[in-house]
Design a protein around this ligand. Structure first.
Ligand SMILES: [Zn+2]
Length: 416
């Protein structure tokens, strides 16, 4: 940021968020960056497609990470590296060492072998991961390009991150490493994740969730010859039936899902092992706790019923509930500089800000007391996490303009 711009933003401290945004908007450098983003919309869209077509299942993001290393260098980020956990890092240093991290996730929910070719259908782009989160990665690059083009400097240093392990069983390991173990963990005092599309909705609250794998083990045997022994698959069915009847409140919203079941070796064998994976989420920590207890009780009860029913066999099943992942709840307060800056920027773009709860990379900093938001990268998208995922790019550049505005409003309030 130029001295004049920084000075003007400082003077505007007393102004309301919207006035502050208007003030920033009137600066020539900001106008120049905005014009650049609009003019290069198609080029940034092509980059998004290119990124989306590089497979990046969770735990196998290397190929896309390597591509992003090249891109981070191309847009002029400094000290580009891949950290020991696989996150791609690149710097745009400011006047001080205190750092705002701006991240988008590399990984997708789609397994290796999925056709990730992007197709056009009318105004829409179709492709697994095209919105979540190829859009976020493309927006990161566009943001840096626009700041460079307009010679915008910041007070705080900016660390751009293309991170691993946001999805599925990745358990947010990428951002956990960055903020809890990585070399720069003590410098990062703010966090923005660009994830998905929606420009007016952003996440400042962390949704608590727990994921379990329930494994049931027994003696197994021949379906005819050993009939009468307790069956892990039957126990799993008893457990699922019981758990599926659990009533949860609409508010605070609480949900559960048996997402995968498996086990056994053949149709004519009693399985020696059967398993299921369960996802539970709630806006309330206590409701989540209650739901977890119901699941564990259902496991105990289901196994006991199956064992009791087959008691004559003298054989018994055992259950092992394994906690796979925990995400704690929490919030970045609405009054915080980061949330206020984001809201001000959204209003300045003529939209109505909507604060949301979500399970995103921001859960990690929020739980650590670091202000964090997850924002959209622009355009419209839908059917995320399905093979029919789509992205409508109309006006998508406006969300990047908005992110830049929010960034400058936030940075303008950071004292060197
Ligand atoms: Zn995502």
């Amino acid at each position: 940021m130029t001295f004049a711009l920084r000075f003007a933003l400082r003077c505007a401290l007393a102004l309301s968020g919207t006035a502050l945004a208007q003030d920033a908007l009137s600066r020539p450098a900001v106008g120049k960056a905005f014009a650049y983003l609009e003019a290069n919309h198609e080029i940034h869209l092509k980059k998004q497609i290119e990124i989306s077509q590089i497979p990046a299942p969770t735990f196998a993001e290397e190929k896309r990470a390597a591509f992003m290393v090249g891109e981070f260098k191309r847009v002029g980020l400094k000290d580009v590296e891949i950290d020991p956990r696989g996150n791609v890092l690149g710097w745009r240093r400011g006047g001080i060492e205190r750092t705002l991290a701006i991240a988008a996730h590399l990984d997708t929910v789609f397994p290796a072998g999925t056709d990730v070719t992007v197709k056009r259908k009318g105004a829409r782009l179709l492709g697994p991961g095209i919105a979540d989160d190829a859009r976020g990665l493309a927006a990161l690059l566009a943001l840096v390009e626009a700041m460079n083009h307009a010679n915008i400097e910041t007070t705080e240093s900016l660390l751009f991150v293309a991170n691993v392990c946001e999805e599925g069983l990745g358990d947010l390991q990428g951002i956990k490493y960055l903020l809890q173990k990585g070399r720069f963990k003590d410098k990062i005092k703010g966090f923005i994740s660009i994830d998905g599309t929606s420009p007016e909705r952003f996440v400042n609250r962390a949704l608590a969730s727990k994921r379990y794998k329930i494994v049931i083990r027994g003696a197994g045997g021949h379906s005819w010859g050993n009939f009468g022994r307790p069956n892990p698959a039957h126990a799993l069915a008893r457990i699922t039936a019981r758990f599926a009847d659990v009533e949860v409140p609409e508010s605070p919203r609480t949900t559960y899902n048996v997402g995968r079941i498996g086990g056994g070796t053949s149709v004519n064998s009693i399985p020696y092992e059967a398993w299921m994976e369960v996802d539970m989420r709630s806006e309330s920590d206590s409701e989540l706790e209650r739901l977890e207890q119901k699941l564990l009780a259902a496991v105990e009860r289901g196994v006991k019923e199956e064992n009791d029913f087959r008691a004559k066999s003298g054989s018994k099943l055992e259950a092992e509930p394994k906690l796979l992942a925990v995400r704690n709840g929490g919030a970045t307060p609405e009054s915080s500089n980061l949330v206020q800056s984001m809201m001000g920027a959204i209003r300045a773009m003529g939209l109505k800000p909507q604060l949301e709860i979500g399970s995103t990379d921001s859960n990690v900093p929020i739980n650590m007391g670091i202000p964090a938001v997850t924002i959209g990268g622009g355009g419209r998208g839908g059917d995320h996490h399905s093979l029919g995922e789509w992205f409508d790019p109309e006006g998508a550049y406006r969300a990047v303009q908005q992110a830049l505005l929010a960034l400058l409003m936030y940075d303008g309030k950071q004292n060197p």
